[in-house]
Each structure stands twice: as structure tokens, then as C-alpha cells.
Design a binder for this molecule. Structure first.
Ligand SMILES: NC(=O)c1ccc[n+]([C@@H]2O[C@H](COP(=O)([O-])OP(=O)(O)OC[C@H]3O[C@@H](n4cnc5c(N)ncnc54)[C@H](O)[C@@H]3O)[C@@H](O)[C@H]2O)c1
Ligand SMILES: O=C(O)C(=O)C[C@@H](O)[C@H](O)[C@H](O)COP(=O)(O)O
Ligand SMILES: [Zn+2]
Length: 361
């Protein structure tokens, strides 16, 4: 088993990565827990809830199961309330431990529910998508979407453990694999040039879910995310680099309606756009722009953004959490493997949006 540790003021915890880990989930439940609330969705539950329940039952503790509808469109306040309904109806108390079994949508919502149920209870992340295993389960960003903006209502709240079983990825649709790979290559772009090179060389193996390639990608991604989050839990500086591609990507998600493009697809396309903007204002050379765009394409994500209309694009991007006093700020690349946080002149941004936009079919 590989273990990566995350250490933040809000909590320190292990990320355990091992094939078959799903069958040992009982090890993540503290002895003083009074009960366990497992939260999942119908898609994931049909595949993995029985195994998760069997493992958790080994604790001898009362087990409650709560099911949420599947999809980004349900990452909202109303669905969040279903978790509170379930917890209250089952008389869950302050020592109940929540277990999030699913992708980033389940993880972000269960984490947020844990942050505010009875003013805070413990929770465990059991990520079942590639995206969740390499990114969303680590670092304690929890949230729901608002129609006007992505992840706008939420909290920083760390899990007590992250339990990763890479074997569950075998049932993941290939479109979801591509979306997860967008967040994998993001780490290469912002902080680890050799990892970017490695991703370029191993694209086919990654898309085919080759065991060794995926194991390395998960481990390296978790190490890099743990390093960044441990330096800056609440995004007062360094952590913002994890938002590379997201100012564009979140605008695509909100602008098209949540769920039309997957988060990873929108971020992939957003990274290609951010690379183009980087060439105009942050010094990235044309080869760098081409390498980012080609790798996004090679992992199976779109590189041509939808035509949201330049003014609407800008309105949507202004809702971004990095915006300060109305000024849009971006994570840009002076070179592959290095990221900076800066604003960009509006006319230059308009050029990028204009040059890359094509009509939605
Ligand atoms: N908190 C963070 O730091 C962070 C980081 C990145 C993304 N996110 C958020 O994560 C969300 C995206 O997460 P996602 O890409 O995991 O999407 P998702 O949670 O919607 O899961 C994608 C789909 O795969 C299904 N699925 C999950 N595991 C499966 C498996 N093993 N086999 C078959 N199907 C499976 C799900 O039911 C769903 O239909 C977005 O809301 C995004 O904002 C959060
Ligand atoms: O963990 C982070 O920090 C990230 O920015 C990771 C992103 O991949 C993730 O999509 C995150 O939810 C975006 O954060 P937000 O603050 O822009 O909503
Ligand atoms: Zn993301």
C-alpha cells in the first residue's frame, strides 16, 4: 500500500492507495464513532455499495445508507438537504462518521454536509472516479454549485482519511477517464515539468487504464496535491495554482448548464485557453502552448471551447472566486511546470476568447 500524508491546520490525515482497499474500509473508522453514514448514488451503489457495507459492518457499528441522485446537475442545495434529512431521520449524532462513496460530486457534497451537520462531524473520502482519486478527495474543498457560479457555497473542511482503490476504475466510462486525466496533466503544467513529459509519453497507457501507469499517476498527483495543500490550506497564495484552467472551465460549466460538459472536460479546454493567454501575457512560448493543447486533445478532452459570446464569457468568469474588486485573475504559465497568478488586460482576454470560440452544435 502507498500512503501519502496531508498536513494542514484544519486536520492531518493519510491517503491510502491500494488495490482492494474498498474491502478494508473499516480501518478508516475511529473506535469512538457511534455510527456510520454511507452516502453514494445509484450508479456507484449498484457496483460497490455492498462491498463497502460489508467492510464497514466489520466495525460492529450501526450503518445508515443515504442515496443521492447521480450527476453534476444535482450538486445543489436541495440535494445537500437530502443528506441532512437522512442523518436526522436516522438519529445520527456528533460522533457519526460520514463516508463518501463516489466521484467528486458525492465527495464535495458529503464533505460540505459533514462541515455543517451539528456544526461539524468527521468524514472519510472513498473516491471512485479517476478525477476524485487524483484531485477532489484530497485537500478539503467542499461545496455545492449555485446557478450563477460553480462551487459558490461551501467550506474548507478536511476528511479524516482518503481511501483509494484503483481497481474500481475498471468500471469507469472512458469519457470519465479522459475527464480525470485533465486534472492529472494539470499538475504537470503547474508544478512538475518531468511529470508533464511522462504524461505525454504515457497517454495511451493512461487512457487504457494500464495498471502501472494509473498507479503512478494517482500517487504522483496525490503527492503534488498534498504538498500544495499542506503549504496553503485555504488558498491564500500557492494553492491557487490548482485552479489552472478553471476560470475558463467553470464558465463553460455554468454557461452551458451543469453536466453538459464534464468538469474535467471543461478544465481541459480551459487549460488550452489559459495556455494561449499565457503566451500573450506570461511568456509561455508557442511550443508550450501547442504541447498543452495537444496533450489535452490526446487525453480525449475538447480543445475547442463553446461559443458563449465574448461578453457572456467575461460575465461568467467574473463570478470566479479568484476575482478581487471586479478584477479577473488567472493562473498562467511562464513555462510548462511553473505557474503564476496574475490579471490580464481585458482586450487581450477578448482576443483569446474570440480566437478560440466556435458555435455550439
Ligand atoms: N474538491 C475539490 O478539490 C475538487 C477537485 C476537482 C473536482 N471537483 C468537483 O468534482 C466534481 C466532478 O467529479 P467527477 O468527475 O468524479 O464526477 P462525478 O462525481 O459526477 O462522477 C462521474 C460519473 O461516474 C460515475 N461513477 C463514479 N465512480 C464510478 C465507477 N467506479 N464506475 C462507474 N461509474 C462511476 C458517477 O456516478 C457519475 O455518473 C465536480 O463537481 C467538480 O467541481 C472538486
Ligand atoms: O483543490 C483546489 O484548490 C482546486 O482548485 C482543485 C480544482 O481541481 C477543483 O475543481 C476545485 O473544486 C476548484 O475550486 P474553486 O475554489 O475554484 O471552486
Ligand atoms: Zn478541478
Amino acid at each position: 500500500m502507498n500512503t501519502v500524508n496531508v498536513e494542514t491546520p484544519g486536520g492531518s490525515y493519510p491517503i491510502h492507495i491500494a488495490a482492494g482497499r474498498l474491502d478494508s474500509l473499516e480501518q478508516s473508522i475511529p473506535d469512538d464513532a457511534t455510527s456510520i453514514a454511507l452516502v453514494s448514488n445509484p450508479t456507484v451503489a449498484a457496483l460497490y455499495a455492498d462491498r463497502a457495507k460489508r467492510a464497514l459492518a466489520k466495525t460492529g457499528k450501526r450503518l445508515v445508507y443515504i442515496e443521492l441522485p447521480d450527476g453534476e446537475a444535482y450538486k445543489d442545495w436541495q440535494t445537500l438537504n437530502l443528506i441532512f434529512d437522512g442523518l436526522l431521520q436516522s438519529r445520527c449524532d456528533r460522533k457519526t462518521v460520514l463516508v463518501a462513496l463516489g466521484g467528486g460530486v458525492i465527495g464535495d457534497m458529503v464533505g460540505f454536509a459533514a462541515s455543517c451537520y451539528m456544526r461539524g462531524v468527521r468524514f472519510v473520502q472513498v473516491p471512485t472516479t479517476l478525477l476524485a482519486q487524483v484531485d477532489s478527495s484530497v485537500g478539503g474543498k467542499t461545496a455545492v454549485n449555485h446557478p450563477l457560479g460553480k462551487n459558490m457555497i461551501g467550506a474548507f473542511y478536511q476528511p479524516i482519511a482518503v481511501e483509494i482503490d484503483p481497481d474500481v476504475l475498471r468500471t469507469l466510462p472512458s469519457r470519465e477517464v479522459s475527464a480525470g486525466l485533465a486534472e492529472v496533466i494539470k499538475y504537470g503544467c503547474i508544478i512538475d515539468a518531468p511529470f508533464f513529459d511522462w504524461c505525454e509519453q504515457n497517454v495511451a497507457a493512461l487512457r487504457a487504464l494500464d495498471h502501472d501507469a494509473v498507479a503512478y499517476a494517482i500517487k504522483r498527483s496525490c503527492e503534488l496535491k498534498a504538498y500544495v495543500v499542506s503549504q496553503d490550506e485555504r488558498e491564500s497564495g500557492l494553492r491557487a495554482i490548482l485552479n489552472f484552467g478553471h476560470t475558463f472551465g467553470h464558465a463553460i460549466e455554468a454557461g452551458l448548464g451543469y453536466g453538459h460538459w464534464l468538469h474535467g472536460e471543461a478544465v481541459g479546454c480551459g487549460m488550452a485557453q489559459a495556455a494561449e493567454l499565457s503566451a500573450k501575457v506570461a511568456g509561455l512560448d508557442e511550443l508550450g502552448v501547442a504541447r498543452v493543447r495537444d496533450l489535452v486533445h490526446a487525453i480525449g478532452c475538447p480543445v475547442t471551447p463553446p461559443n458563449l459570446g465574448t461578453d457572456h464569457w467575461i460575465e461568467l468568469m467574473q463570478v470566479d472566486k479568484k476575482t478581487e474588486g471586479g478584477t479577473l485573475r488567472f493562473i498562467l504559465l511562464p513555462e510548462i511546470g511553473k505557474a503564476v497568478f496574475q490579471s490580464a488586460p481585458l482586450d487581450v482576454l477578448r482576443q483569446v476568447l474570440h480566437s478560440t470560440a466556435v458555435p455550439v452544435l
